[in-house]
Design a protein around this ligand. Sequence first.
Ligand code: NDP
Length: 294
Amino acid sequence: MTAILIDGKAIAQDLRANIAKAAADLSQQHGIVPGLAVVLVGADPASEVYVRSKSKAVIDAGMRSFDHKLPDTTSQADLIALIGRLNADKDVHGILVQLPLPDHIDSSVVLNTIDPGKDVDGFHPVNAGRLATGQRALVPCTPYACVLLAKRVHGSLAGLNAVVIGRSNIVGKPLAQLLLAENATVTIAHSKTRDLPGVCRRADLLFAAVGRPEMVRGDWIAPGATVIDVGINRVPGDAGKTKLVGDVAFAEAREIAGAITPVPGGVGPMTIACVILNTLRAACAGAGLPEPQV
Ligand code: NDP
């Protein structure tokens, strides 16, 4: 069997069109144009590319983008002062501080100063707590993307066995919480898990968020399972070039799985779409409006 390819690019495009429509309605009916402030400290080329694509996605959706590019010598106090101004700015509904930050800045101290209502990355402990206790929350974009992709395949995730490999605060843990909220039966695996292949073989939904190139082999996957590959790993390719691969050995896995995301073109584009979705959600929540239906 060859798995259905879950086309993250096409699904993200669809979602972005729906977000643009909802943003236009919000502007027409309530005079609110959602705005996202992206803060980049330093000149990391990968971060610059990522920030550019987020800003473009925001503008394409008819929202406002406020970019703040700061030198890598910026002090922690100055960065926190900027966040204070963005917290108070009524045109800014979402704030995103691009990680990693330079070594002299403590990321968690900085992220905790973002107003939880504007925390479109969903990393603030208040949002983590709201998610864990089933309250309306801004949730981290990559796990959100994973769940939306799985729901595209299955509709409802209720009762399905979901295995998440990885327990980071930005992917694995919030992903497990979101799956629980969708009534999946959730197992979180990590580096101390015994018989990881056996655990994975019990999954109807397998999420790999490990950061190890092609670690998940074809024979770890139950026939027909849905595989969502979060990993982005740069490895040596042909002719001295590099290429991107996921945490799943794609060629093997697609012969066993029922549906699978490619890398690139799976979770990545959906993550960007979820950044703008969270900006829209933050704008709605900030105005006391219900969740936007997209
Ligand atoms: P972390 O390094 O923070 O976490 C990795 C997790 O994998 C840890 O919980 C670790 O376990 C677990 N792990 C490591 N080795 C093994 C192993 N041999 N067996 C089982 N579990 C293992 O990574 P992130 O969560 O930040 O990211 C994971 C991947 O997702 C990376 O490839 C990253 O590039 C990618 N990513 C992709 C995004 C996207 O938009 N597509 C966005 C964010 C991340 P333990 O806790 O025990 O150490």
